[in-house]
Design a protein. Structure first.
Length: 322
């Protein structure tokens, strides 16, 4: 048991460190090769902050625990909106100023509805997984086009320009990219091993472990990135981190278990977790899009989001007891 707990804690720490090194190295590499900062931010940075979830999902599926990966995807989306945005907004009210983000928000809703529709038959087969991964490729192409078409006055461009390393030589950038990826692979395997052992010891399902411990732990890079961005008054990056991560979770983190280890979906995922994720995503859309006013997540609303996250954890806890 002690070894499993140590593996989880060490896995989380190394995941955060590896994700940070990977994002920094990959972003600097792309910038050194002449890729515009907005495209770097929307694609490489967005993918990098979701790398822990993606690799944990892949390792779980390879190890025969696809429910852990699917729980990680849904749990991370719930955590991103309710915990990360809630906690960030309590520190600093968040304002959505970027037209680019407002163009991404409806796409997030569309992807969420489409991904849920694929799974209403109660199974995640290989075709479902491949379709989600194909949609991911299409999403990346759309992001590149969006980055090229965005007006130079969009505040997101200035925020990403400020954040992407500008003075890192190409050899060092490539080195950090490779080191970060290797650490991500090793730490994700370590984390999955520890989480599965704990689940088996306490008789808790892989899904619950994925929705709680793993989802919160793999969302730590988004939490750190959003709080730091908000403190720098880079509100659009703080919100964009969550938006992009949720899209990657729906397409990549859920798609990988289907493509690698297809099988049935736990019924409680459809009746409990999907509706909660959908409700929080609709709330996020309404707040960030600014229906009836400017896009804003205020401190009181941040508190509401945190309360909703706490309520969800209680639902899961009492569900385990029954």
């Amino acid at each position: 048991m002690l070894l499993s707990i140590t593996a989880i804690i060490a896995g989380f720490v190394l995941l955060v460190w590896g994700a940070d090194r990977f994002v920094e190295g990959a972003a600097a590499t792309a910038r050194d090769l002449g890729v515009p900062p907005l495209i770097v931010g929307l694609t490489i940075v967005g993918f990098g902050t979701s790398a822990p979830e993606i690799l944990v999902s892949m390792m779980a599926a390879i190890g025969g625990n696809p429910a852990l990966g699917m729980g990680n995807a849904i749990g991370s989306n719930i955590t991103n909106i309710a915990l990360i945005l809630g906690l960030t907004a309590v520190f600093t009210p968040l304002y959505v100023r970027s037209a680019t983000l407002k163009r991404e928000l409806p796409l997030l809703l569309t992807i969420m509805i489409a991904s849920i529709a694929l799974l209403l038959d109660g199974s995640m087969d290989r075709i479902d997984g491949v379709l989600l991964l194909a949609a991911l490729a299409g999403f990346l192409v759309w992001l590149i086009k969006l980055g090229r078409d965005t007006k130079a006055s969009d505040p997101l461009i200035a925020e990403f320009t400020e954040e992407i390393p500008a003075d890192m030589p190409l050899p060092r950038a490539i080195t950090w990219t490779v080191v970060g990826l290797v650490v991500l692979l090793a730490s994700s395997r370590m984390l999955v091993w520890g989480a599965v052992n704990i689940a088996e010891t306490f008789g808790v399902s892989d899904l619950i472990i994925g929705l709680t411990i793993v989802a919160i732990g793999t969302s730590l890079p988004e939490l750190a990135a959003s709080i730091v961005a908000a403190k720098k008054n880079e509100h659009d990056i703080a919100i964009g981190n969550v938006l992009g991560s949720n899209v990657f979770n729906l397409l990549a983190v859920m798609g990988l278990p289907g493509a690698i280890a297809p099988g049935p979906i736990p019924p409680e995922m459809l009746t409990r977790d999907f509706p909660i994720m959908m409700g929080l995503t609709l709330l996020f859309f309404g707040l960030a899009y600014g229906i009836g006013g400017p896009g804003k997540i205020s401190r009181p609303m941040g508190g509401v989001l945190l309360a909703l996250f706490g309520a969800y954890q209680l639902i899961l806890y009492f569900g385990i007891l029954t």
